[in-house]
Design a protein around this ligand. Structure first.
Ligand code: NAD
Length: 358
């Protein structure tokens, strides 16, 4: 059966008008994804560095470009704002966007302080807007499959969760040093533990070390006891040498490695996930590439993978007016409470108990 195509088919499509603040390494990926998503329109961009705003505006054809975040919020009729700036600025920028009635997607962490995080969530609730914090691993297929099996009871009761997230020393020198690694790396694993257990943490013991000589430690290891009795061990160090495989060479121009491993032991099943296992190896004259192909690979000129699915999930949730069933603001906040307990334990050299029902 051939349809009559003499008149054009009209496609009704709602588009979310999005403003993006922060046009650094990760902001470029967000911009590229928002540029291609059919249900979103990159209506305005903002960075305090004028060159970044101008070049990104040219790259994605965005004419409303700002170096002042407040001006963007005041002047452009936006439905949602993406905050992809450095970690310390998130809380204030999310609160401002909510104050202007904009839905907000913010990269992790929501804040670098639990008390500020609570204030921000209160402001978001009062404004009646949606908030999603960028815990990308909830949108990565292998991590999501594990969640599904745990939720279906296939693992039985969980006994232990071990998470390692080691990164390149070069990345610590470049950006990792600006915040405690509990907010850069461990935050992802704490979020996974909260998601998988569906439980709250009741006690933390942590140790940290500093080998590279910055203000924040480059090694942090923590033992977490959850209310359901699951024991989690989370670990990060930022010391991987330049000879480590280049995992992000594909689509990203800063070489480095995320040497991450996850092991979940339950009564009935054990799972191991090696993020660094090379599915694809490319030998070069200087270095071997093991491109990571699930989080933000570039395919046919577009950034795809878990980051695109995570952003599309937020866009769809806002357009449908229904809060996410996958991302959790309550868990993002609880993650901040645990992060603070980890830092306190490491600094004071003692276990820290977390009060229930806070
Ligand atoms: N989910 C993940 O796996 C993942 C991966 C990488 C980065 N991130 C997160 O993304 C965020 C950005 O990281 P990045 O590596 O792109 O950092 P970056 O330093 O490369 O970029 C941050 C940008 O924000 C801009 N900026 C700072 N303050 C601003 C303000 N008030 N208004 C407008 N622009 C401002 C800076 O000029 C810079 O261009 C961080 O929160 C980081 O933790 C998440």
């Amino acid at each position: 059966v051939f349809q009559d195509r003499s008149s054009p088919v009209e496609v009704q499509m709602s588009q979310l008008r999005v403003g993006l603040a922060g046009l650094g390494v990760f902001g470029q990926l967000h911009a590229s994804i928002l540029h291609h998503l059919p249900h979103a329109r990159l209506a305005a961009i903002c960075d305090v560095v004028p060159d970044k705003v101008e070049s990104t505006g040219r790259r994605f054809g965005v004419s409303k470009v700002y170096v002042d975040y407040d001006a963007m919020l005041e002047e452009v009729p936006l439905d949602a704002v993406f905050v992809v700036t450095d970690e310390a600025s998130h809380a204030e920028m999310v609160q401002k966007a909510a104050g202007h009635g904009r839905h907000v997607f913010v990269e992790k962490p929501l804040s670098t302080s639990y008390a500020r995080g609570r204030e921000v969530v209160a402001a978001v609730d009062a404004a009646g807007v949606q908030l999603q914090v960028g815990y990308i691993l909830r949108f990565e297929p292998r991590h999501a499959l594990l969640k599904q099996q745990i939720a279906e009871g296939a693992f039985g009761r969980l006994a232990t969760i071990r998470c390692k997230r080691n990164c390149s020393a070069n990345w610590f020198r470049l950006f990792g040093h600006r915040v405690h690694p509990v907010h850069e790396a461990i935050t992802h694993d704490v979020d996974l533990c909260l998601w998988y257990t569906g439980s709250r943490c009741r006690e933390v013991y942590a140790v940290q070390r500093s080998l590279l000589g910055f203000e924040h430690p480059d090694v942090c290891v923590a033992l977490l006891r959850f209310e359901d009795d699951t024991v989690a061990f989370v670990e990060t160090s930022w010391l991987a040498p330049e000879g480590a495989p280049d995992m992000v060479g594909y689509g990203w121009d800063i070489s480095g490695v995320i040497d991450a491993k996850l092991e979940i032991v339950g009564e009935d099943r054990t799972a191991t996930l090696d993020f660094c296992t090379p599915a694809l190896t490319i030998w070069g004259n200087e270095r071997t590439q093991h491109p990571e192909l699930t989080t933000w690979p570039v395919m046919h000129g577009q950034t795809v993978g878990a980051l695109r699915d995570e952003i599309a999930h937020f866009v769809d949730a806002v357009l449908e007016g229904k809060p996410s069933r996958v991302a959790s603001v309550a868990d993002a906040l609880e993650g901040l409470r645990i992060a603070e307990a980890i830092v306190a334990s490491a600094e004071e050299g003692r276990p820290v108990a977390l009060a229930a029902n806070q």
